[in-house]
Design a protein around this ligand. Structure first.
Ligand code: NAD
Length: 294
């Protein structure tokens, strides 16, 4: 197993911390004014922005963690233990992570974020691993938790890219395997070997950040630099409970930027637009700039 690297690591704060309720009146108008006046907007996205593309979040009531507890599936130690003791569960987890991402397309929120570039300078900082901001055409995207589409060595050196078709094929093979009466670990490992396994170059894995891992560089440093320069953060579909990514919002507030949250659930922010990202984001663009392209 990889030695724990030093530096900034990804940690989980759970359970959810209750937030004080705050007033909703005039939030829309204020958010539109802030966006219109902004010189540089950081769009900071979490799993919620892709929920309407069919990719489940982890921590919501219907999220992946209901079936796959994070301590068993989102740490290296937990994953190895699950693989050795319950290979069928490993196959189920990998399939349920990769299949929705392989099938997903950008939704109205991703497209509105891309269109925001017509009106102001935009940097997208995402915790997501689904490549949907890039697919929507956003030009500057820092994926601080990595991407499912890049395979790296144990030292995180680039090895190769995968596309959605590769992932879909793997997911379909896993679905077939799971129907087998007897499923040894070796068959699961053979099926997922393009994504994770061993070759003459040593161990390889997707460029993903599990709990306890370092965040991706240079994405994290570029994200911090963007936050230090921005005057508005649109925080979309982020619970604010995954650290250190959530520190970006705190840093932005310290710098004097206004944080506007778009989320059906209340999160720490200056302004909160309650609702689904795919509905709120195009409407906000319309309110701020008269944009109605979607
Ligand atoms: P998160 O911090 O990303 O929380 C999800 C948030 O999305 C919640 O606050 C929820 O209220 C909100 N949400 C749900 N539906 C929404 C919608 N339609 N519009 C707007 N907001 C909506 O945390 P998580 O789900 O626990 O995930 C933890 C980490 O796992 C993430 O930071 C991410 O790195 C990764 N993850 C990525 C993906 C992806 O790539 N699509 C999916 C799941 C998890």
């Amino acid at each position: 197993m990889q030695r724990q690297p030093r530096g900034i690591v990804c940690i989980l704060l759970s359970p959810a911390m209750p937030l004080d309720p705050f007033e909703q009146a005039n939030q829309w108008e204020q958010a539109a004014n802030v966006l219109r006046a902004a010189r540089h907007v950081v769009v900071f996205t979490g799993a919620g922005v892709s929920a309407e593309s069919g990719i489940p979040t982890f921590r919501d009531a219907d999220g992946l963690w209901q079936e796959f507890p994070p301590e068993q599936f989102v740490t290296w130690q937990g994953l190895i233990r699950t693989a050795l003791l319950r290979p069928r569960r490993l196959a189920a987890f990998v399939q349920q992570v990769i299949e929705p991402i392989a099938r997903a397309e950008p939704n109205a929120a991703h497209r509105a974020i891309e269109r925001l570039e017509r009106h102001t300078r935009v940097t997208v900082v995402t915790q997501n691993i689904d490549g949907l901001h890039e697919a929507a055409g956003s030009t500057t995207v820092h994926a601080v938790h990595g991407t499912l589409f890049e395979v790296v060595t144990a030292q995180r050196r680039f090895l190769r890219l995968l596309n959605r078709a590769h992932l879909l094929k793997m997911a379909e093979r896993l679905a077939r395997l799971r129907r087998a009466w007897f499923l040894p670990l070796a068959r699961v490992l053979w099926t997922i070997r393009p994504l994770v396994g061993w070759s003459w170059r040593g161990f390889h894995r997707p460029k993903l950040v599990l709990f306890g891992d370092r965040l991706c560089e240079p994405d994290w440093s570029l994200a911090v630099a963007a936050i230090e320069d921005c005057d508005c953060v649109l925080q979309i579909g982020c619970s604010g409970q995954v650290f250190p990514a959530a520190l970006l919002t705190l840093l932005a507030k310290e710098q004097g930027a206004t944080v506007v949250a778009i989320d059906p659930n209340e999160t720490a922010s200056d302004l909160w637009l309650a609702g689904a990202a795919g509905e709120v984001m195009p409407e906000l663009l319309h309110e701020a700039f008269g944009d109605s392209a979607d």
